[in-house]
Design a protein. Structure first.
Length: 445
């Protein structure tokens, strides 16, 4: 197997694909060969990234595909770093021209610069990456339960006779996002000094997937922390209510998440919001468990941490808040109408009022066009008042600065009157001090 994999390293990925699809168990000789650094290096440098991406695509889709098992096997065989290669680690990486990879993995600072770091720095970076891939496997292990819980909530919603079909998750993107999620806080500079995401680079350059996939993964991982924060707040509220009920209080209902905040998040994610929700759910659960492990010192602790936050958020979006597909709602006024009605010049100012309209419509889903227009007129009046107030404040500051300059030069109104034609008191004082110092120096000499 060693020579076979070395001659064509892509065979190791095919072995994983067939093993998962046909539910085989890899022979120990194949496992040992697949875990050899020589094969890993060959996969890195001998196989085109397009072929790697195509082989991975075959593991994630199609009949009998089990994406979670396939990705977990890639991690177990230590092939993750060769498949999801870091910037600058493989030949022909045009997306990475210079600059180190920096950021943090699971809260630990990371710094890596391919081929330019010393042995200790290289070993430390490799240790951090290995810890990240271990976390990837832990996230994959949570996905079946997270997905099952979501499917149950969705079927319950549809079973209640609700009209329409709520947005669905993309299992393929969900598994990919969860797998590379531990590295979503790493960046590197491009040729123009702009910060580029390492996870986006993995999909775009290391796998050569389509632009649509690149944009989808980038969007999901860009908002996963905000989604996880909302879920964490829901969990905190749930625990507080449970504490109150145990104290003898009546059963209380969990409040809905903020409509404006949730709506803006969904408008950014669009059809990928469910996939982001489930990714964030696994991330939030793992964060809670890592905290438990750190506090208890038991790395095997699982705790009673369930998927309640994601179920509650999903139900609120598709039912009570009715925000699903809110990004498809037509605005009351387009840009041209806003310019005409408010008398605005063309430019970025128009975008501010379009954003004002979006926020107002999220907070007032049943509001009319006239009500929205009245709100925009009021916002224009407030902005004009803010401009006038800022101008007045600047004028006051300028007057104070002129007075201070006058005092320092001896020309201000607060300077003492010098009717005898003598110098200003501050200048005269400095002159007297200088003369006294000069006389002392001469006497000492």
């Amino acid at each position: 197997p060693h020579e076979t994999f070395h001659d064509d390293p892509l065979r190791v990925l095919r072995a994983i694909r067939f093993c998962v699809r046909l539910d085989f168990t890899l022979h120990n000789d194949i496992v040992q060969a697949a875990m050899s650094k020589r094969v890993h290096h060959s996969l890195h440098v001998k196989v085109s990234r397009e072929r790697v991406g195509k082989e991975l695509e075959g593991m994630l889709t199609g009949k009998h595909a089990r994406p979670g098992c396939a990705l977990d096997m890639i991690a177990e065989l230590h092939l993750a770093g060769s498949v999801f290669a870091f910037p600058g680690s493989f030949p022909g990486d045009t997306g990475h021209v210079f600059g180190p990879v920096t950021g943090h993995i699971l809260g630990v600072d990371y710094h890596g610069c391919c081929g330019k770091d010393g042995p200790e720095a290289v070993a430390l970076a490799a240790t951090h990456r290995a810890r990240g891939w271990d976390e990837s496997s832990a996230l994959l292990a949570l996905l079946p339960k997270v997905m099952e819980s979501h499917v149950g909530e969705r079927e319950m919603f549809l079973g209640e006779g609700n009209n329409g079909s709520p947005s669905v998750m993309d299992s393929r993107l969900l598994h990919i996002c969860a797998f590379i999620l531990p590295f979503h806080n790493l960046t590197f500079p491009d040729a123009k000094g702009r910060e580029c995401s390492v996870t986006t680079h993995m999909i775009k350059e290391a796998l050569k997937w389509s632009l649509k996939d690149v944009q989808a993964v980038s969007k999901i991982l860009q908002h996963v922390d905000e989604m996880a924060e909302i879920l964490s707040e829901i969990r905190t509220q749930s625990l507080q209510l449970q504490s109150q009920e145990e104290g003898g209080a009546v059963q209380l209902l969990l409040p809905f998440p903020c409509r404006l905040r949730s709506g803006l998040l969904l408008r950014s994610l669009k059809e990928h919001w469910v996939t982001c929700l489930l990714t964030a759910s696994a991330w939030e659960i793992r964060s809670c468990r890592r905290l438990e492990e750190n506090n208890s010192g038991d790395s095997t602790s699982t705790g009673a941490i369930d998927e309640l936050p994601s179920r509650h958020f999903y139900r609120a979006i598709v039912d009570e808040l009715d925000l699903d597909e809110c990004w498809k709602v037509r605005p009351h006024l387009n840009g041209k109408e806003i310019i005409k009605e408010l008398g605005l010049p063309k430019g970025p100012l128009v975008g501010m009022y379009i954003e004002d309209q979006t926020r107002w419509m999220l907070l007032n889903p049943k509001g009319s066009r006239d009500e929205c227009m009245a709100h925009l007129v009021e916002r224009k009046r407030e902005r004009e008042q803010e401009v006038v107030q800022e101008a007045e404040d600047d004028a006051v500051v300028d007057d104070q600065n002129e007075q201070n300059v006058g005092v320092a030069n001896g020309d201000g109104k607060t300077s003492p009157d010098n009717t005898d034609g003598s110098k200003h008191f501050s200048k005269k004082f400095r002159s007297d001090v200088d003369q006294e110092a000069e006389m002392t120096l001469n006497n000492d000499w």
